[in-house]
Ligand binder design. Structure first.
Ligand SMILES: NC(=O)c1ccc[n+]([C@@H]2O[C@H](COP(=O)([O-])OP(=O)(O)OC[C@H]3O[C@@H](n4cnc5c(N)ncnc54)[C@H](O)[C@@H]3O)[C@@H](O)[C@H]2O)c1
Length: 587
């Protein structure tokens, strides 16, 4: 099935979702599984608004349960790693929740960029947010150690880390040692052993650790989940997730670019965001011996052999985890949320360096260590499978999730299709959600209709089992308030989840203080986290599961084998990790 839909089909699918969400909320069928602490005011608000037929402006703060922020002081925060993602996070942060007091990066060009920002898109820059004199108020550091030495002077309480994958665990450890709460970007760490170390260290220090899988804070995914949890899609047997790009167009450098870049590190052969040119200024500031000093005492693991590897860390097997870590982890995270926060049973797949490489004439065609194409199949437990945790005994109840990511064709771009026996939901590019009905073979005429052009309402929403029904017109007024509004910018803040993720992190810090400055991952007899209301939604244990899912796929592809996931891998207290048994080419 292709991810292509005509504009008319998209309009139908979006209106279907809005209508279904409205019908289900009016009927009191939303199960509220994504809300932190199950705040009752949130649900009442949804219901009242929808009953009146209006489009409800439910704020993310209300939705995620941190609307009581008013009166709290912003958390003094430093951003470590001010590259592409650091730029997005700075651009998206809310100064009322996180006040940026310092920034830290080892690349001078990125420290400059974080102040100046970019003219278009989400990287607004500190000057735009804090005023043209931002640099007078916000300190800049060229090493983590120097930043932490000034933590008291800065009044620092927390850090946001957006550095290459191999540096996540040493930087997190240092910041926790300095008594700071940590929000670290995904993937959590380069190996599962290192994820476990991060979790245990945060526990030992009694501090918060949040990992940046932003879909946990996306109102779009939250509401999609509420609709999915009502069961209107029927029996879900397949999720198809993919992220395809086309990075196979020839790069040509202008004379100005040639003057700006350090040519000894090569110029790209193809236009590919993972194989970037190296700015001269960064090359000058970061010769290999300086990079060694900056490698937290272990250059082979936490370092970069040269500035080329630093700039292109994603394609290095030591510094990055390839397509599964960078792209797949997000979408497998979404899949496991959709399937009820379950862990997969097994993974197999094919991956390789199918396109880039070195020509016979020795010309480097954006060569890399990591795979440039991954084609993976996961087996997840369905609701009646013993591993779904619902008391089921049907070991055949398996949901197959396929994941593909490639670099030479973006006809289908990115998104996740959830395919049920009664309907299909398509989450497109973290920005839109569409809903379609399957044809009903027990009915005749218009009532049997299904597919891409069929309009739906939800029958039985008030009593009985909700079901998608074909209709010639939408009715009932007012739909879902939360999906991206037509015409709103691609970077729709609440929908994307970055801003809400940081706001919630700040809220957790203040709640942590109120509760006497302690936290634990202890669970009660029902398996519920005792500190659930102060833990970030994507805390260490959740994020480690995403890392296991992504990195084990790399191992399965490297060894061309089907790997069965072991429960102990997901337990932070256990020392069992997948890399011990399965690592070969890639950990
Ligand atoms: N959540 C998302 O959707 C999303 C999207 C993109 C990237 N990311 C994640 O964000 C992180 C950064 O990715 P990026 O695209 O910004 O990479 P990038 O290369 O553009 O930026 C990384 C920055 O970290 C800096 N850095 C490296 N070592 C450092 C150290 N020891 N101290 C301070 N700074 C250091 C680099 O100089 C660079 O400026 C990665 O973990 C990536 O997976 C997340």
């Amino acid at each position: 099935m292709a991810l292509d839909l005509t504009p008319e089909q998209k309009a139908t699918g979006k209106a279907n979702f809005d209508q279904a969400a409205g019908d289900l909320a009016r009927g009191g069928k939303m199960k509220d599984t994504m809300a932190v602490g199950g705040d009752p005011t949130r649900r009442d608000l949804l219901k009242v608004g929808l009953a009146a037929g209006a489009v409800v402006p439910v704020s993310a703060a209300v939705y995620f349960g941190y609307e009581s922020w008013k009166g709290n002081k912003a958390v003094k925060t430093a951003f470590i790693g001010t590259g592409d993602e650091g730029g997005v996070l700075v651009g998206e942060h809310n100064p009322e929740f996180n006040e940026v007091v310092a920034v830290c990066d080892i690349r001078p060009t990125n420290l400059d960029r974080i102040f100046k920002g970019e003219p278009n898109g989400p990287r607004k820059g500190l000057d735009k947010i804090y005023g043209a004199d931002a640099e007078k108020k916000i300190a800049r550091y060229d090493s983590v150690e120097k930043l932490l030495a000034d933590k008291d002077k800065l009044g620092l309480e927390a850090v946001v880390i957006a550095t290459p994958l191999n540096t996540h665990d040493p930087i997190t450890r240092l910041c926790l040692d300095a008594g700071l709460h940590v929000l670290c970007e995904k993937l959590m760490a380069r190996t599962i052993g290192r994820c476990k170390d991060m979790i245990r260290h945060a526990q030992d220090k009694g501090l918060l650790l949040s990992i940046g899988h932003q879909r946990h804070y996306s109102t779009l995914y939250a509401q999609a989940m509420e609709v999915l949890n009502t069961g209107v899609l029927g029996d879900i047997k397949h999720i198809r997730a993919l992220w395809h790009r086309n990075n196979s167009w020839l790069y040509s450098a202008s004379e100005a670019e040639k003057a700006k870049y350090a040519l000894e590190y090569g110029l790209p052969y193809y236009i590919d965001g993972w194989w970037k040119p190296v700015p001269k200024e960064d090359a000058k500031a970061l010769p290999p011996e300086r990079l060694k000093e900056l490698a937290f005492g272990n250059p082979a693991v936490y370092g970069f052999r040269d500035v080329g590897e630093l700039v292109r860390w994603r394609i290095s097997n030591t510094a990055g985890g390839g397509l599964m870590a960078e792209l797949g982890s997000h979408q497998l995270d979404a899949s496991s949320i959709i399937l009820g926060h379950v862990h997969p049973l097994a993974v197999s797949g094919v991956g390789g360096k199918f396109f880039y490489g070195t020509d016979p004439d020795g010309k480097n065609r954006n060569d890399r260590e990591s795979d440039d194409g991954v084609f993976v199949t996961y087996e997840f437990p369905g609701p009646t499978h013993p591993k779904a945790g619902k008391g089921g005994k049907n070991a055949d109840d398996v949901v197959v999730v396929t994941y593909t990511s490639m670099n030479t064709n973006e006809f289908e771009s990115y998104g996740e299709w959830v395919m049920g026996s009664k309907g299909t939901m398509f989450l497109e590019k973290e920005a839109n959600v569409y809903l379609f009905r399957e044809k009903d073979k027990t009915k005749k005429g218009d009532a049997a209709a299904g597919g891409r052009d069929t309009k739906v309402t939800v029958g039985g929403a008030g009593g009985g089992k909700p079901a998608l029904e074909a209709t010639s017109t939408w009715g009932g007024g007012g739909g879902a308030a939360i999906s991206k509004a037509a015409g709103s910018p691609e970077w729709d803040t609440a929908v994307r989840g970055y801003r809400t993720e940081m706001e919630h992190f700040a809220y957790c810090v203040r709640r942590w203080q109120e509760q006497g400055g302690k936290v634990s991952y202890e669970k009660d007899e029902k398996g519920k986290l005792k500190y659930a209301d102060i833990l970030p939604r994507c805390h260490g244990e959740v994020a480690m599961a995403d890392a296991i899912v992504a990195l084990t796929a790399n191992m399965a592809m490297a060894k061309r084998e089907r790997i069965v996931f072991e429960d102990a891998w997901f337990d932070p207290k256990s020392d069992e990790v997948p890399e011990t048994k399965h690592a070969r080419k890639q950990a």
